[in-house]
Ligand binder design. Structure first.
Ligand code: FDA
Length: 280
């Protein structure tokens, strides 16, 4: 952690993370947090994660942070027991509701999209409204998925997508991913969704600002979301323009795969990381 990961990960413990969340809140930023980890392999492991998330939600409430939670269903057991994962996430969503908080279900690799969307739809059918979902613009299917979700007036985060997917399911070319991202945001806003525009792509951010202004979508209909440690000056600039900006701020001892995804996204990050190794 000391060797550079701390740029992207808010520590290994909840105490360390709370200090970072508070600092971000004080700068006018909203936050979400995630206990890093995925692909839990047994019931006991998934139950331990649920207990940890309860503790996180209680601590957020006690500290009066402007922070919600984003979690992965494979961290709650989806890989080996979909029913158990549903029971776990429903328990946490209900707990968050009692505390006036919100839970976002992250989207993982393409093989899990059906199960993840089904979980979201089932939660909504069971009366839970304090829950949101994610669609990835690199997947050909996402525009169809958005149409299916729109009658629920979903809180949907749009991302480009972070997993290595084959061209049979995902656009191989970046410009197609970018164009699909914009279409999803525009369709989401026009279709009545609350849209979390999760990107560091300034061109897309400017496009969304212009589109929203032109079509009369106020700042209450969408927010920008970015990752902790990525483009912090842009985050603050958008706050100064009175946009809601949420910084996804993960923590936990299992930070390694997350860090590798961030490094893979941008070769310059590897240089940054190596330089911090050399300096120590
Ligand atoms: P793109 O990769 O085109 O980058 C645009 C510009 O942003 C770059 O030129 C660079 O300046 C900057 N930038 C991007 N990444 C950077 C980095 N790591 N370090 C430094 N600069 C960087 N994915 C997923 O599959 N499921 C999910 O649930 C989520 N959830 C999620 C939440 C939030 C809040 C964010 C911001 C992102 C996600 N993602 C995700 C990840 C997403 O799919 C994508 O991999 C990253 O956001 C990077 O793509 P950009 O949209 O930033 O564009």
């Amino acid at each position: 952690m000391r060797l550079g990961a701390a740029r992207f990960v808010a520590g290994t413990t909840l105490d360390e993370c709370v200090a970072v969340l508070r600092r971000l809140n004080e700068a006018g930023l909203h936050t979400n947090t995630t206990l890093l980890g995925e692909e839990i392999a047994d019931h006991a492991g998934a139950r331990a994660v649920v207990t940890e998330y309860e503790r996180i939600l209680d601590r957020i409430a006690a500290e009066e942070l402007r922070t919600n939670v984003a979690l992965k269903l494979t961290h709650l057991g989806l890989s080996f027991d979909a029913e158990a994962a549903y029971a776990n996430v429903e328990w946490l969503v209900a707990h968050a509701a009692r505390l006036g908080n919100f839970i976002r279900i992250d989207m993982e690799h393409s093989g899990l999209v059906d199960a993840t969307l089904h979980t979201y739809e089932r939660l909504r059918a069971d009366g839970h409204d304090n829950v949101g979902v994610v669609l990835q613009s690199y997947l050909y299917r996402s525009e169809g998925d958005l149409e299916r979700l729109l009658p629920l007036a979903p809180n949907v985060r749009i991302v480009k997508g972070a997993y290595l997917e084959p061209p049979t399911v995902a656009y191989p070319r970046k410009r197609d991913v970018d164009a699909a991202f914009v279409r999803l945001v525009e369709r989401g806003l026009r279709g009545g969704a609350y849209v979390a525009v999760a990107t560091h792509d300034e061109r897309i951010i400017r496009h969304v600002q212009a589109f929203a202004a032109r079509e009369g979508f106020g700042h209450g209909r969408f927010e920008f979301q970015m990752l902790y440690g990525v483009r912090p000056a842009l985050q603050r600039r958008l706050v100064a323009q009175s946009h809601k900006v949420l910084v996804a701020t993960p923590f936990g001892p299992d930070w390694y795969p997350y860090l590798m995804r961030r490094l893979a996204e941008r070769p310059a990050n590897v240089l940054f990381f190596l330089r911090s190794l050399v300096r120590r």
